[in-house]
Design a protein around this ligand. Sequence first.
Ligand SMILES: Cc1cc2nc3c(=O)[nH]c(=O)nc-3n(C[C@H](O)[C@H](O)[C@H](O)COP(=O)(O)OP(=O)(O)OC[C@H]3O[C@@H](n4cnc5c(N)ncnc54)[C@H](O)[C@@H]3O)c2cc1C
Length: 444
Amino acid sequence: MRPGRSLLPPISLRPRASPARHGNPPIQQHHATTTHRLFSQTALRSADFTHAVIGGGVVGLAIARELALRSNHDGASRSSTPSSSSNSSSSTLLLERHAAVGTETSSRNSEVIHAGIYYGASSLKTALCIQGKALLYHYCASHGVPHRRVGKWIVAQTSTQRAALQAVHDFCTREIHVPVRWVGADEAARREPAVRADAGILESPTTGIVDSHALMVSLLGQFEDAGGTLALGSKVEAVAPLGGGDGSAGWELAVRDAATGELSTVTAETIINSAGLGAVDIHNMIVPPDRRKKMFYAKGNYFSYAASSPKVGTLVYPAPEPGHGGLGTHLTIDMGGRIKFGPDVEWVDSPDDLAVNESRLALTAKEVKKYLPDLDETQLQPDYAGIRPKLAKQGAVAHGKGFVDFVIQKEEGYQGWINLLNIESPGLTSCLAIAERVRKLLYT
Ligand SMILES: Cc1cc2nc3c(=O)[nH]c(=O)nc-3n(C[C@H](O)[C@H](O)[C@H](O)COP(=O)(O)OP(=O)(O)OC[C@H]3O[C@@H](n4cnc5c(N)ncnc54)[C@H](O)[C@@H]3O)c2cc1C
Protein backbone atom coordinates (compact mmCIF):
# COMPACT_ATOMS: atom_id res chain seq x y z
CA MET A 1 0.00 0.00 0.00
CA ARG A 2 1.50 3.32 -1.00
CA PRO A 3 1.61 6.05 1.66
CA GLY A 4 -0.93 8.67 0.73
CA ARG A 5 -2.97 6.28 -1.42
CA SER A 6 -4.62 4.23 1.28
CA LEU A 7 -8.21 4.92 2.10
CA LEU A 8 -7.80 3.24 5.48
CA PRO A 9 -4.86 2.25 7.70
CA PRO A 10 -2.61 -0.45 6.25
CA ILE A 11 -3.38 -4.02 7.25
CA SER A 12 -0.61 -5.90 8.92
CA LEU A 13 0.19 -9.29 7.53
CA ARG A 14 -0.92 -12.09 9.75
CA PRO A 15 1.27 -14.96 10.85
CA ARG A 16 1.09 -17.82 8.44
CA ALA A 17 -0.55 -21.07 9.45
CA SER A 18 -0.22 -24.50 7.88
CA PRO A 19 -2.87 -25.78 5.49
CA ALA A 20 -5.83 -27.28 7.28
CA ARG A 21 -6.39 -30.96 6.91
CA HIS A 22 -9.82 -32.49 6.69
CA GLY A 23 -9.79 -36.05 7.88
CA ASN A 24 -6.04 -36.77 7.89
CA PRO A 25 -3.60 -35.98 10.71
CA PRO A 26 -0.85 -33.49 9.81
CA ILE A 27 2.36 -35.15 8.68
CA GLN A 28 4.91 -32.41 9.03
CA GLN A 29 5.11 -28.71 9.59
CA HIS A 30 7.31 -26.43 7.56
CA HIS A 31 9.61 -24.29 9.68
CA ALA A 32 7.56 -21.28 10.67
CA THR A 33 9.38 -18.11 9.69
CA THR A 34 6.52 -15.74 10.30
CA THR A 35 6.50 -12.63 8.16
CA HIS A 36 5.30 -9.40 9.74
CA ARG A 37 5.30 -6.62 7.18
CA LEU A 38 3.08 -3.75 6.30
CA PHE A 39 2.07 -3.26 2.68
CA SER A 40 3.60 0.22 2.77
CA GLN A 41 7.06 -1.23 3.44
CA THR A 42 7.45 -2.67 -0.05
CA ALA A 43 10.20 -1.38 -2.26
CA LEU A 44 8.25 -0.88 -5.48
CA ARG A 45 7.81 2.72 -6.48
CA SER A 46 4.81 2.51 -8.79
CA ALA A 47 2.67 -0.01 -6.89
CA ASP A 48 2.87 -1.80 -3.58
CA PHE A 49 3.50 -5.11 -5.27
CA THR A 50 4.25 -6.38 -8.76
CA HIS A 51 1.84 -9.30 -8.46
CA ALA A 52 -1.17 -9.81 -6.23
CA VAL A 53 -2.33 -13.42 -6.25
CA ILE A 54 -5.85 -13.80 -4.85
CA GLY A 55 -6.43 -17.19 -3.22
CA GLY A 56 -4.11 -19.40 -1.19
CA GLY A 57 -5.19 -22.82 -2.42
CA VAL A 58 -2.76 -25.19 -4.10
CA VAL A 59 -3.07 -23.35 -7.42
CA GLY A 60 -2.61 -19.87 -5.93
CA LEU A 61 0.34 -21.16 -3.90
CA ALA A 62 1.97 -22.69 -6.99
CA ILE A 63 1.47 -19.47 -8.95
CA ALA A 64 2.76 -17.26 -6.13
CA ARG A 65 5.83 -19.50 -5.75
CA GLU A 66 6.49 -19.45 -9.49
CA LEU A 67 6.28 -15.65 -9.66
CA ALA A 68 8.36 -15.14 -6.51
CA LEU A 69 11.07 -17.53 -7.73
CA ARG A 70 11.06 -15.83 -11.10
CA SER A 71 11.67 -12.46 -9.54
CA ASN A 72 14.53 -13.95 -7.56
CA HIS A 73 16.17 -15.53 -10.59
CA ASP A 74 15.69 -13.14 -13.45
CA GLY A 75 13.92 -10.07 -12.19
CA ALA A 76 16.80 -7.85 -13.19
CA SER A 77 16.95 -9.15 -16.73
CA ARG A 78 13.32 -9.48 -17.72
CA SER A 79 12.68 -8.48 -21.29
CA SER A 80 9.02 -7.65 -21.03
CA THR A 81 7.20 -6.35 -18.00
CA PRO A 82 3.52 -6.44 -17.17
CA SER A 83 3.44 -2.68 -16.75
CA SER A 84 5.61 0.35 -17.12
CA SER A 85 7.39 -0.19 -13.81
CA SER A 86 11.09 0.55 -14.00
CA ASN A 87 11.99 -1.56 -10.99
CA SER A 88 14.55 -4.27 -11.62
CA SER A 89 13.04 -6.77 -9.20
CA SER A 90 9.48 -7.74 -8.52
CA SER A 91 7.44 -8.67 -5.49
CA THR A 92 4.53 -11.02 -4.99
CA LEU A 93 1.68 -10.80 -2.51
CA LEU A 94 -0.56 -13.78 -1.81
CA LEU A 95 -3.94 -12.88 -0.32
CA GLU A 96 -5.98 -15.51 1.49
CA ARG A 97 -9.24 -14.82 3.30
CA HIS A 98 -8.89 -17.60 5.87
CA ALA A 99 -6.44 -17.87 8.77
CA ALA A 100 -4.55 -20.63 6.94
CA VAL A 101 -3.83 -21.49 3.34
CA GLY A 102 -5.44 -24.48 1.66
CA THR A 103 -8.57 -24.85 3.76
CA GLU A 104 -11.04 -24.99 0.88
CA THR A 105 -11.09 -27.28 -2.17
CA SER A 106 -7.37 -27.98 -2.05
CA SER A 107 -7.81 -29.94 1.18
CA ARG A 108 -11.09 -31.53 0.17
CA ASN A 109 -10.28 -33.70 -2.82
CA SER A 110 -9.13 -37.21 -3.74
CA GLU A 111 -5.40 -36.35 -3.69
CA VAL A 112 -4.96 -38.25 -6.93
CA ILE A 113 -2.21 -37.39 -9.39
CA HIS A 114 -4.26 -37.83 -12.53
CA ALA A 115 -2.82 -39.14 -15.79
CA GLY A 116 -4.80 -36.71 -17.98
CA ILE A 117 -6.80 -39.32 -19.87
CA TYR A 118 -10.37 -38.04 -19.73
CA TYR A 119 -10.43 -34.67 -21.42
CA GLY A 120 -10.31 -33.65 -25.10
CA ALA A 121 -6.98 -33.75 -26.95
CA SER A 122 -6.91 -30.00 -27.46
CA SER A 123 -8.17 -29.09 -24.00
CA LEU A 124 -6.18 -27.18 -21.44
CA LYS A 125 -7.13 -29.85 -18.90
CA THR A 126 -5.31 -32.52 -20.92
CA ALA A 127 -2.24 -30.41 -21.66
CA LEU A 128 -1.84 -29.07 -18.14
CA CYS A 129 -2.64 -32.37 -16.44
CA ILE A 130 -0.03 -34.28 -18.46
CA GLN A 131 2.58 -31.57 -17.98
CA GLY A 132 1.53 -31.02 -14.37
CA LYS A 133 1.76 -34.73 -13.57
CA ALA A 134 5.40 -34.84 -14.73
CA LEU A 135 6.25 -31.62 -12.89
CA LEU A 136 4.49 -32.80 -9.74
CA TYR A 137 6.24 -36.19 -9.58
CA HIS A 138 9.55 -34.42 -10.04
CA TYR A 139 8.70 -31.74 -7.46
CA CYS A 140 7.55 -34.28 -4.87
CA ALA A 141 10.63 -36.44 -5.36
CA SER A 142 13.03 -33.52 -5.05
CA HIS A 143 11.27 -31.73 -2.17
CA GLY A 144 10.33 -34.66 0.02
CA VAL A 145 6.58 -34.43 -0.52
CA PRO A 146 4.99 -37.83 0.21
CA HIS A 147 3.55 -39.37 -2.95
CA ARG A 148 3.19 -42.79 -4.53
CA ARG A 149 2.68 -44.02 -8.09
CA VAL A 150 0.04 -46.58 -7.11
CA GLY A 151 -1.60 -46.82 -10.54
CA LYS A 152 -5.30 -46.90 -11.24
CA TRP A 153 -7.76 -49.41 -12.61
CA ILE A 154 -10.79 -48.30 -14.57
CA VAL A 155 -13.24 -51.14 -14.42
CA ALA A 156 -16.08 -52.12 -16.76
CA GLN A 157 -19.02 -54.33 -15.82
CA THR A 158 -21.02 -54.12 -19.07
CA SER A 159 -20.29 -54.05 -22.79
CA THR A 160 -21.22 -50.35 -22.89
CA GLN A 161 -18.68 -49.62 -20.17
CA ARG A 162 -16.12 -51.77 -21.99
CA ALA A 163 -16.66 -49.59 -25.07
CA ALA A 164 -16.06 -46.52 -22.91
CA LEU A 165 -12.77 -48.04 -21.73
CA GLN A 166 -11.82 -48.86 -25.32
CA ALA A 167 -12.42 -45.20 -26.22
CA VAL A 168 -10.14 -44.11 -23.36
CA HIS A 169 -7.53 -46.66 -24.48
CA ASP A 170 -7.59 -45.48 -28.10
CA PHE A 171 -7.49 -41.84 -27.08
CA CYS A 172 -4.47 -42.44 -24.85
CA THR A 173 -2.50 -44.54 -27.29
CA ARG A 174 -3.32 -42.74 -30.54
CA GLU A 175 -3.81 -39.12 -29.54
CA ILE A 176 -2.20 -38.09 -26.28
CA HIS A 177 0.41 -40.86 -25.85
CA VAL A 178 -0.25 -41.50 -22.18
CA PRO A 179 0.49 -45.10 -21.15
CA VAL A 180 -2.47 -47.41 -20.48
CA ARG A 181 -2.70 -51.18 -20.59
CA TRP A 182 -5.35 -53.90 -20.40
CA VAL A 183 -5.21 -56.09 -17.30
CA GLY A 184 -6.11 -59.73 -17.97
CA ALA A 185 -8.34 -61.83 -15.69
CA ASP A 186 -5.46 -63.86 -14.21
CA GLU A 187 -3.39 -60.81 -13.38
CA ALA A 188 -6.45 -59.10 -11.92
CA ALA A 189 -7.25 -62.07 -9.70
CA ARG A 190 -3.63 -62.20 -8.51
CA ARG A 191 -3.19 -58.48 -7.84
CA GLU A 192 -6.59 -57.36 -6.58
CA PRO A 193 -8.80 -60.40 -5.90
CA ALA A 194 -11.48 -58.27 -4.24
CA VAL A 195 -12.13 -56.15 -7.31
CA ARG A 196 -14.86 -57.16 -9.72
CA ALA A 197 -14.60 -56.19 -13.37
CA ASP A 198 -16.83 -58.40 -15.50
CA ALA A 199 -16.09 -56.67 -18.80
CA GLY A 200 -12.47 -55.56 -18.47
CA ILE A 201 -9.88 -53.45 -16.69
CA LEU A 202 -7.86 -50.63 -18.16
CA GLU A 203 -4.84 -49.68 -16.08
CA SER A 204 -3.26 -46.26 -15.92
CA PRO A 205 0.19 -46.91 -14.45
CA THR A 206 1.18 -43.24 -14.21
CA THR A 207 -1.70 -42.32 -11.89
CA GLY A 208 -0.64 -41.78 -8.29
CA ILE A 209 -1.46 -40.15 -4.98
CA VAL A 210 0.05 -37.18 -3.20
CA ASP A 211 -0.18 -35.69 0.27
CA SER A 212 -1.80 -32.43 -0.79
CA HIS A 213 -1.20 -30.83 2.60
CA ALA A 214 2.51 -31.54 2.55
CA LEU A 215 2.60 -30.23 -1.03
CA MET A 216 1.00 -26.94 0.02
CA VAL A 217 3.31 -26.59 3.03
CA SER A 218 6.27 -27.08 0.69
CA LEU A 219 5.01 -24.58 -1.91
CA LEU A 220 4.35 -22.04 0.82
CA GLY A 221 7.84 -22.50 2.24
CA GLN A 222 9.40 -21.93 -1.16
CA PHE A 223 7.24 -18.87 -1.77
CA GLU A 224 8.28 -17.31 1.53
CA ASP A 225 11.92 -18.28 1.09
CA ALA A 226 11.86 -16.50 -2.28
CA GLY A 227 10.71 -13.31 -0.55
CA GLY A 228 6.98 -13.61 -1.18
CA THR A 229 4.54 -11.97 1.19
CA LEU A 230 1.58 -13.91 2.55
CA ALA A 231 -1.44 -12.05 3.88
CA LEU A 232 -3.74 -14.38 5.80
CA GLY A 233 -7.17 -13.37 7.04
CA SER A 234 -7.26 -10.96 4.09
CA LYS A 235 -10.44 -11.12 2.08
CA VAL A 236 -10.48 -9.22 -1.19
CA GLU A 237 -13.78 -7.35 -1.28
CA ALA A 238 -13.31 -5.07 -4.26
CA VAL A 239 -10.93 -4.85 -7.20
CA ALA A 240 -10.54 -1.72 -9.33
CA PRO A 241 -8.50 -1.48 -12.52
CA LEU A 242 -6.52 1.79 -12.57
CA GLY A 243 -5.66 3.88 -15.62
CA GLY A 244 -8.94 4.54 -17.37
CA GLY A 245 -10.47 1.36 -16.01
CA ASP A 246 -8.34 -1.16 -17.92
CA GLY A 247 -5.56 -1.89 -15.42
CA SER A 248 -2.91 -0.14 -17.52
CA ALA A 249 -1.87 1.80 -14.40
CA GLY A 250 -2.21 -1.21 -12.12
CA TRP A 251 -4.89 -2.48 -9.80
CA GLU A 252 -6.30 -1.44 -6.46
CA LEU A 253 -7.69 -4.08 -4.13
CA ALA A 254 -9.83 -3.44 -1.07
CA VAL A 255 -8.93 -6.02 1.54
CA ARG A 256 -10.84 -6.80 4.75
CA ASP A 257 -8.75 -7.91 7.72
CA ALA A 258 -10.58 -10.85 9.33
CA ALA A 259 -9.18 -10.09 12.80
CA THR A 260 -9.89 -6.37 13.02
CA GLY A 261 -12.63 -5.96 10.43
CA GLU A 262 -10.67 -3.07 8.92
CA LEU A 263 -10.76 -2.42 5.21
CA SER A 264 -7.51 -1.38 3.56
CA THR A 265 -6.29 -0.93 0.04
CA VAL A 266 -3.27 -2.38 -1.66
CA THR A 267 -2.05 -1.78 -5.19
CA ALA A 268 -0.37 -4.16 -7.58
CA GLU A 269 0.82 -4.00 -11.17
CA THR A 270 -0.87 -7.30 -11.93
CA ILE A 271 -3.55 -9.43 -10.36
CA ILE A 272 -4.03 -13.15 -10.61
CA ASN A 273 -7.51 -14.35 -9.73
CA SER A 274 -6.99 -17.82 -8.30
CA ALA A 275 -9.81 -17.69 -5.78
CA GLY A 276 -11.36 -21.10 -6.47
CA LEU A 277 -14.95 -21.05 -5.25
CA GLY A 278 -14.63 -17.26 -4.92
CA ALA A 279 -13.14 -16.72 -8.39
CA VAL A 280 -16.38 -15.81 -10.12
CA ASP A 281 -17.10 -13.26 -7.37
CA ILE A 282 -13.70 -11.65 -8.04
CA HIS A 283 -14.35 -11.76 -11.80
CA ASN A 284 -17.72 -10.07 -11.32
CA MET A 285 -16.13 -7.31 -9.20
CA ILE A 286 -14.17 -6.23 -12.27
CA VAL A 287 -16.18 -6.77 -15.46
CA PRO A 288 -19.25 -4.85 -16.65
CA PRO A 289 -22.65 -6.49 -15.95
CA ASP A 290 -22.93 -8.12 -19.39
CA ARG A 291 -19.69 -10.06 -18.81
CA ARG A 292 -20.59 -11.34 -15.37
CA LYS A 293 -20.68 -15.08 -14.77
CA LYS A 294 -22.43 -17.49 -12.46
CA MET A 295 -20.79 -20.31 -10.56
CA PHE A 296 -22.34 -23.72 -10.04
CA TYR A 297 -21.37 -25.85 -7.08
CA ALA A 298 -21.00 -29.61 -7.47
CA LYS A 299 -20.43 -31.12 -4.05
CA GLY A 300 -18.62 -34.41 -3.74
CA ASN A 301 -19.23 -36.45 -0.58
CA TYR A 302 -16.58 -38.87 0.71
CA PHE A 303 -17.05 -41.86 2.97
CA SER A 304 -14.17 -43.48 4.82
CA TYR A 305 -13.90 -47.23 5.25
CA ALA A 306 -12.99 -48.60 8.66
CA ALA A 307 -12.74 -52.34 7.88
CA SER A 308 -9.47 -54.01 6.97
CA SER A 309 -11.13 -56.17 4.35
CA PRO A 310 -11.59 -56.25 1.46
CA LYS A 311 -8.07 -54.90 1.02
CA VAL A 312 -7.17 -53.02 -2.15
CA GLY A 313 -3.83 -51.43 -3.10
CA THR A 314 -4.77 -49.77 -6.40
CA LEU A 315 -7.08 -46.88 -7.09
CA VAL A 316 -10.31 -48.17 -8.64
CA TYR A 317 -12.59 -46.05 -10.82
CA PRO A 318 -15.76 -47.01 -12.65
CA ALA A 319 -15.87 -46.45 -16.42
CA PRO A 320 -16.37 -42.75 -17.25
CA GLU A 321 -19.91 -41.66 -18.00
CA PRO A 322 -20.52 -38.83 -20.47
CA GLY A 323 -22.37 -35.93 -18.84
CA HIS A 324 -21.55 -37.04 -15.27
CA GLY A 325 -20.28 -34.13 -13.16
CA GLY A 326 -17.40 -36.21 -11.76
CA LEU A 327 -15.36 -39.31 -12.56
CA GLY A 328 -17.67 -41.67 -10.73
CA THR A 329 -17.58 -42.83 -7.11
CA HIS A 330 -14.11 -44.29 -6.88
CA LEU A 331 -11.88 -45.99 -4.37
CA THR A 332 -8.92 -43.90 -3.31
CA ILE A 333 -6.14 -44.58 -0.90
CA ASP A 334 -4.28 -41.90 1.00
CA MET A 335 -0.59 -41.91 1.95
CA GLY A 336 -1.48 -43.65 5.21
CA GLY A 337 -3.12 -46.51 3.30
CA ARG A 338 -6.59 -45.44 4.40
CA ILE A 339 -9.35 -46.30 1.93
CA LYS A 340 -12.14 -43.88 1.13
CA PHE A 341 -14.92 -43.79 -1.41
CA GLY A 342 -16.22 -40.81 -3.32
CA PRO A 343 -16.81 -38.25 -4.50
CA ASP A 344 -20.36 -38.39 -5.78
CA VAL A 345 -21.99 -35.41 -7.47
CA GLU A 346 -24.57 -33.38 -5.55
CA TRP A 347 -25.46 -29.96 -6.95
CA VAL A 348 -25.75 -27.47 -4.08
CA ASP A 349 -26.61 -23.78 -3.89
CA SER A 350 -23.85 -22.56 -1.61
CA PRO A 351 -20.05 -22.90 -1.55
CA ASP A 352 -20.37 -23.29 2.23
CA ASP A 353 -22.55 -26.40 2.04
CA LEU A 354 -19.68 -28.64 3.10
CA ALA A 355 -21.36 -31.06 5.50
CA VAL A 356 -21.31 -34.62 4.23
CA ASN A 357 -24.77 -35.58 3.07
CA GLU A 358 -25.24 -38.82 4.99
CA SER A 359 -28.31 -39.72 2.98
CA ARG A 360 -25.88 -40.39 0.12
CA LEU A 361 -24.26 -43.29 1.96
CA ALA A 362 -26.63 -45.94 0.64
CA LEU A 363 -26.16 -44.79 -2.95
CA THR A 364 -22.39 -44.72 -2.50
CA ALA A 365 -22.44 -48.27 -1.12
CA LYS A 366 -24.53 -49.39 -4.10
CA GLU A 367 -22.10 -47.84 -6.61
CA VAL A 368 -19.04 -49.24 -4.84
CA LYS A 369 -20.47 -52.75 -4.56
CA LYS A 370 -20.54 -52.90 -8.35
CA TYR A 371 -16.74 -53.18 -8.32
CA LEU A 372 -16.15 -54.23 -4.69
CA PRO A 373 -18.93 -56.75 -3.97
CA ASP A 374 -17.64 -57.74 -0.54
CA LEU A 375 -17.76 -54.20 0.80
CA ASP A 376 -19.11 -54.13 4.35
CA GLU A 377 -21.31 -51.07 4.14
CA THR A 378 -21.75 -50.93 7.93
CA GLN A 379 -18.09 -49.82 8.02
CA LEU A 380 -18.66 -46.74 5.86
CA GLN A 381 -18.49 -43.42 7.73
CA PRO A 382 -19.18 -39.88 6.49
CA ASP A 383 -15.72 -38.34 6.03
CA TYR A 384 -15.58 -34.96 4.31
CA ALA A 385 -16.92 -33.15 1.26
CA GLY A 386 -15.41 -30.85 -1.37
CA ILE A 387 -17.09 -28.58 -3.88
CA ARG A 388 -16.17 -28.34 -7.56
CA PRO A 389 -16.25 -24.72 -8.79
CA LYS A 390 -18.04 -25.12 -12.12
CA LEU A 391 -19.01 -22.57 -14.77
CA ALA A 392 -21.93 -24.74 -15.87
CA LYS A 393 -23.79 -27.81 -14.73
CA GLN A 394 -21.53 -29.75 -17.03
CA GLY A 395 -19.87 -33.12 -17.24
CA ALA A 396 -16.32 -33.81 -16.13
CA VAL A 397 -15.16 -35.84 -19.13
CA ALA A 398 -14.49 -34.67 -22.66
CA HIS A 399 -17.28 -36.29 -24.57
CA GLY A 400 -20.11 -35.47 -22.23
CA LYS A 401 -22.57 -32.70 -22.85
CA GLY A 402 -21.30 -29.23 -22.08
CA PHE A 403 -17.71 -30.06 -21.16
CA VAL A 404 -16.11 -26.84 -19.90
CA ASP A 405 -12.36 -26.52 -19.89
CA PHE A 406 -10.11 -24.72 -17.39
CA VAL A 407 -10.21 -20.98 -18.04
CA ILE A 408 -6.74 -19.44 -17.61
CA GLN A 409 -6.45 -16.26 -19.58
CA LYS A 410 -5.79 -12.58 -19.90
CA GLU A 411 -9.18 -10.92 -19.93
CA GLU A 412 -9.94 -8.93 -23.06
CA GLY A 413 -9.95 -5.18 -22.50
CA TYR A 414 -7.71 -5.33 -19.42
CA GLN A 415 -3.99 -5.29 -18.80
CA GLY A 416 -2.19 -7.25 -16.14
CA TRP A 417 -5.07 -9.51 -15.14
CA ILE A 418 -4.83 -13.27 -15.36
CA ASN A 419 -8.15 -14.89 -14.63
CA LEU A 420 -8.52 -18.51 -13.51
CA LEU A 421 -12.02 -20.00 -13.51
CA ASN A 422 -13.42 -23.53 -13.43
CA ILE A 423 -10.29 -24.89 -11.79
CA GLU A 424 -11.89 -28.16 -10.80
CA SER A 425 -10.24 -31.58 -11.18
CA PRO A 426 -7.46 -32.07 -12.29
CA GLY A 427 -6.41 -28.76 -10.71
CA LEU A 428 -4.30 -30.35 -7.98
CA THR A 429 -2.35 -32.43 -10.49
CA SER A 430 -1.99 -29.46 -12.81
CA CYS A 431 -1.00 -26.81 -10.26
CA LEU A 432 2.66 -26.48 -11.26
CA ALA A 433 1.83 -26.45 -14.97
CA ILE A 434 -0.88 -23.85 -14.36
CA ALA A 435 1.70 -21.74 -12.53
CA GLU A 436 4.07 -21.95 -15.51
CA ARG A 437 1.27 -20.98 -17.85
CA VAL A 438 0.39 -17.94 -15.75
CA ARG A 439 4.04 -16.84 -15.72
CA LYS A 440 4.21 -17.18 -19.50
CA LEU A 441 0.96 -15.27 -19.97
CA LEU A 442 2.45 -12.44 -17.93
CA TYR A 443 5.97 -12.45 -19.28
CA THR A 444 6.01 -13.56 -22.92
C1 LIG B 1 -14.43 -33.50 -4.70
C2 LIG B 1 -13.18 -33.07 -5.43
C3 LIG B 1 -12.22 -34.02 -5.78
C4 LIG B 1 -11.08 -33.63 -6.47
N1 LIG B 1 -10.11 -34.56 -6.72
C5 LIG B 1 -8.99 -34.17 -7.36
C6 LIG B 1 -7.94 -35.10 -7.60
O1 LIG B 1 -7.98 -36.23 -7.14
N2 LIG B 1 -6.87 -34.70 -8.32
C7 LIG B 1 -6.78 -33.44 -8.83
O2 LIG B 1 -5.84 -33.15 -9.54
N3 LIG B 1 -7.74 -32.51 -8.57
C8 LIG B 1 -8.82 -32.85 -7.83
N4 LIG B 1 -9.78 -31.93 -7.55
C9 LIG B 1 -9.58 -30.55 -7.98
C10 LIG B 1 -8.64 -29.80 -7.07
O3 LIG B 1 -8.90 -30.06 -5.71
C11 LIG B 1 -8.79 -28.31 -7.34
O4 LIG B 1 -8.70 -28.07 -8.73
C12 LIG B 1 -7.75 -27.46 -6.65
O5 LIG B 1 -7.67 -27.78 -5.29
C13 LIG B 1 -8.09 -26.01 -6.85
O6 LIG B 1 -7.16 -25.23 -6.15
P1 LIG B 1 -7.38 -23.67 -6.09
O7 LIG B 1 -6.18 -23.11 -5.44
O8 LIG B 1 -7.75 -23.16 -7.44
O9 LIG B 1 -8.71 -23.47 -5.23
P2 LIG B 1 -8.95 -23.50 -3.65
O10 LIG B 1 -8.27 -24.60 -2.98
O11 LIG B 1 -10.45 -23.41 -3.50
O12 LIG B 1 -8.30 -22.15 -3.16
C14 LIG B 1 -8.87 -20.90 -3.43
C15 LIG B 1 -8.57 -20.02 -2.25
O13 LIG B 1 -9.04 -18.71 -2.54
C16 LIG B 1 -9.49 -18.15 -1.33
N5 LIG B 1 -10.39 -17.04 -1.65
C17 LIG B 1 -11.57 -17.11 -2.29
N6 LIG B 1 -12.12 -15.88 -2.40
C18 LIG B 1 -11.24 -15.02 -1.82
C19 LIG B 1 -11.25 -13.61 -1.61
N7 LIG B 1 -12.27 -12.83 -2.02
N8 LIG B 1 -10.19 -13.04 -0.98
C20 LIG B 1 -9.14 -13.81 -0.56
N9 LIG B 1 -9.10 -15.16 -0.71
C21 LIG B 1 -10.15 -15.75 -1.34
C22 LIG B 1 -10.19 -19.31 -0.63
O14 LIG B 1 -10.31 -19.08 0.75
C23 LIG B 1 -9.29 -20.47 -0.99
O15 LIG B 1 -8.34 -20.75 0.03
C24 LIG B 1 -10.92 -32.28 -6.84
C25 LIG B 1 -11.89 -31.34 -6.49
C26 LIG B 1 -13.00 -31.72 -5.77
C27 LIG B 1 -14.01 -30.71 -5.35
